[in-house]
Design a protein around this ligand. Structure first.
Ligand SMILES: Cc1ncc(COP(=O)(O)O)c(C=O)c1O
Length: 378
C-alpha cells in the first residue's frame, strides 16, 4: 500500500499570518525544518571556522552538488554554485566573448537585471541587442519558440531566454529553443531562476550551453543559493568573476571558493530537497499549479478581465490583467495599497503595454489569500 503524506501547510513556514503572501516567486520563503538545518550548520561552522571551511566544506559541497545534479538530471561535473541567479547570468554574459557587430538576442520577458547585464556587455564591446517579442497570450509553445528563433541572425552570438519569466510567469519551451539555437551554432543561456523546483527540470534533455537556477525560490532553500550549469565545451574557460585560490584548478574548484562567505544556505539545500521530496514533488507541483490557476481565475472574474494562460504555458505563477493600463507610479502605488491596507503581498508587472497582477502559489497559500486580493480590488 502506498504511503500518502499530507502536504505541509503554512504551519511549516514563519510567514506573518496577517499577510496573504502571494509573492513566493519574488524571493522564495524557507520552511522551518530547513532553517533549523541551516542553524545547525552555522553552529558547526562557528565551532571551528578553520576546520569547517578548509577541511569539511569541499566534501560537503560535493554532496550538495550530487543531490542537485540528480534533482536537475545534470552532469555534476558541469554544476557550479553561485549566490544567486544574477551572479550566474552575469558570469556567462561577461565571458561569452562579444565583439563589435555581434548581437545578443533576448526577449521582451527578460528579467530587467539580466537586460541590464546584456546592455552593459553590448555597450562595452560594440555589440547590439535584439529583442524578440512574445505576446501574451502567446498561442502555445511552438509559437513562443518561433517568436524567439525567427529573430536569430548570422550576427547572433548569444541567446538569453527565460525558463519561467518573471514579468509573466510564462514557461518557455526552452528545449525547443535550445535545439533551434544549436542548429544555428548559437550558444544559449537559459535563465531558470524560477524553474528549479517549480518545474520538473531535465538539464540533460534541454541541452542548453548554460543554465542558471535559484535554489532559494521554488526549492525554498535559504537565501543566496543558486546553480550555474555549463555544457562540456565551456568548462575549460568559464570562471567566476572573482578569481581566488581554486581558479587555476578548473571549473568546479574555481566556483567552490571565491573568498570567505557563509556557505550554510547552500549546505542546507539537501534539507529543502528532503522537505519537498517527502511530500512528493509531483504532488507539490500539482497543488501549486492548481491553486495558482484557481486563484487567478477567481481574481480575474472579480476584476472583469482575463488570466491568459489557457495555452498551457504557465505553472505556479499566473497573471491577471488589470482592467486599465496604469502609469509606473500608479502600479507601485497599487502594490503599496494592497500591502498596507489589505495585507496582500504581490507584484504588479508590465508587459505589452498592460499591467498585470502576478500571483504565485506555494503550499502555505490557500484560496482565501486570493479571495482577500479579489475583495481588495473589487
Ligand atoms: C527571471 C529571473 N531571473 C533572475 C532573477 C534574479 O534572481 P536573484 O535575485 O536571486 O539573483 C529573477 C528574480 O526574481 C528572475 O525572476
Amino acid at each position: 500500500m502506498a504511503i500518502v503524506h499530507a502536504l505541509p501547510d503554512a504551519s511549516a513556514w514563519t510567514l506573518d499570518p496577517d499577510l496573504a503572501y502571494l509573492n513566493h516567486g519574488g524571493f522564495g520563503a524557507t520552511p522551518i525544518p530547513v532553517l533549523e538545518r541551516q542553524r545547525e550548520l552555522r553552529a558547526a561552522l562557528e565551532a571551528n571556522p578553520t576546520g569547517f571551511l578548509t577541511r569539511q566544506l569541499p566534501g560537503l559541497l560535493g554532496l550538495v552538488r550530487d543531490r542537485v545534479a540528480e534533482f536537475l538530471r545534470a552532469d555534476p561535473a558541469g554544476l557550479a554554485f553561485t549566490d544567486n541567479a544574477t551572479t550566474g547570468t552575469q558570469t556567462v554574459i561577461a565571458q561569452i566573448g562579444l565583439a563589435a557587430g555581434d548581437e545578443v538576442l533576448i526577449t521582451d520577458h527578460s528579467y530587467p537585471a539580466v537586460v541590464e547585464q546584456v546592455r552593459r556587455a553590448a555597450a562595452a564591446t560594440g555589440a547590439g541587442v535584439r529583442v524578440a517579442s512574445v505576446p501574451i497570450p502567446a498561442g502555445g509553445p511552438a509559437a513562443v519558440a518561433d517568436a524567439v528563433l525567427s529573430e536569430l541572425t548570422e550576427r547572433t552570438r548569444l541567446v538569453v531566454v527565460d525558463h519561467v519569466a518573471s514579468c509573466s510567469g510564462m514557461v518557455f519551451p526552452v528545449g525547443q529553443i535550445a535545439a533551434g539555437a544549436r542548429a544555428r551554432g548559437v550558444p544559449i543561456l537559459v535563465d531558470g531562476a524560477h524553474a528549479t523546483g517549480m518545474l520538473d527540470v531535465d538539464l540533460g534533455a534541454i541541452g542548453a550551453d548554460f543554465w542558471v537556477g535559484n535554489l532559494h525560490k521554488w526549492v525554498c532553500a535559504p537565501k543566496a543559493s543558486a546553480v550555474l550549469y555549463a555544457a562540456p565545451p565551456w568548462r575549460d574557460s568559464l570562471r567566476p568573476l572573482v578569481a581566488s585560490h581554486g581558479t587555476p584548478a578548473g571549473f568546479r574548484p574555481a566556483f567552490d571558493w571565491t573568498g570567505t562567505r557563509d556557505p550554510t544556505a547552500l549546505l542546507a539545500v539537501p534539507a529543502a530537497l528532503d522537505f519537498f521530496g517527502q511530500a512528493g514533488w509531483e504532488a507539490v507541483r500539482a497543488h501549486n499549479n492548481d491553486l495558482a490557476r484557481a486563484g487567478a481565475e477567481l481574481v480575474a472574474a472579480r476584476v472583469g478581465t482575463t488570466t491568459p494562460e489557457a495555452d498551457g504555458l504557465a505553472a505556479a505563477m499566473r497573471l491577471v490583467r488589470l482592467p486599465e493600463p496604469l502609469t509606473e507610479p500608479a502600479a507601485r502605488a497599487l502594490e503599496t495599497r494592497l500591502l498596507e491596507r489589505h495585507g496582500v503581498v504581490l507584484p504588479v508587472t508590465n508587459h505589452g503595454g498592460w499591467q498585470w497582477l502576478r500571483l504565485s502559489a506555494q503550499l502555505y497559500n490557500t484560496l482565501d489569500d486570493y479571495r482577500r486580493l479579489a475583495d481588495a480590488l473589487g
